[in-house]
Write a new protein. Structure first.
Length: 209
């Protein structure tokens, strides 16, 4: 029956996304994990909706398990800013460097055309890394992605290269290992980056309205 439960959960997720009522956009800890939604975010009408895809453990801790997956959806008021964004624990042996305790890979990053170049992607990537590093302080953690940037740009790696600083060009791969010993300095840098990208995003969104 496990396949039926998974199918039902996926159907419910789709229905929840398509609902356009007040309840859908109201804040609650089940749909909007507080780890991703601080007071500063909420004051600016932004919310990160969270979908933990482990049927037996739909919490942040499920990301510690091989295959543990999280999908984030960025909302601004009643607008959905992201089509698809998620990352998965791919297992210790599957990382690029094989040096980390945990390896997370972004499996999809897609934004509606009207919100490209506004900073949505950077905010999603930065916030997801910050939350993971803050809550898993005693792990060396690798984040990686296969770059599928859709915007017209000469160097597509440049979109994320301030955060995922290493590349494997022949595999279209970007990655970085965040070591425990550098956690404080990494978080300080990432938070500064995030604050700057968040300000840019909010300015762009206000200009769209």
């Amino acid at each position: 029956m496990s396949w039926f439960k998974i199918l039902l959960a996926n159907i419910n997720k789709i229905l929840n996304r398509e609902a356009k009522n007040v309840e859908y956009y109201s804040f609650n800890e089940i749909d909007f994990d507080p780890k991703f939604n601080n007071s500063n975010i909420l004051e600016n009408k932004l919310k990160y909706k969270t979908y933990y895809e482990n049927q037996g453990n739909q919490t942040f801790e499920s990301l510690l398990e091989d295959g543990g997956c999280l999908e984030l959806e960025l909302l601004y008021g009643d607008s959905i800013l992201s089509d698809s964004f998620g990352f998965r624990n791919i297992g210790k042996g599957a990382g690029v460097t094989k040096l980390a305790d945990l390896n997370f890979r972004y499996r999809s990053i897609a934004v509606p055309s009207e919100y490209r170049r506004t900073g949505v992607c950077n905010c999603l990537v930065l916030n997801s890394i910050i939350v993971v590093l803050e809550n898993l302080k005693h792990y060396n953690i690798e984040f990686s992605l296969v770059n599928t940037v859709l915007i017209d740009i000469d160097d597509k790696f440049s979109v994320y290269n301030s955060v995922l600083t290493e590349t494997v060009p022949k595999e279209n791969m970007q990655y970085k290992v965040f070591l425990v010993k550098n956690r404080d300095s990494d978080l300080e840098f990432l938070q500064e980056q995030y604050n700057r990208k968040l300000k840019k995003l909010l300015n762009n969104l206000e200009g769209c309205n």
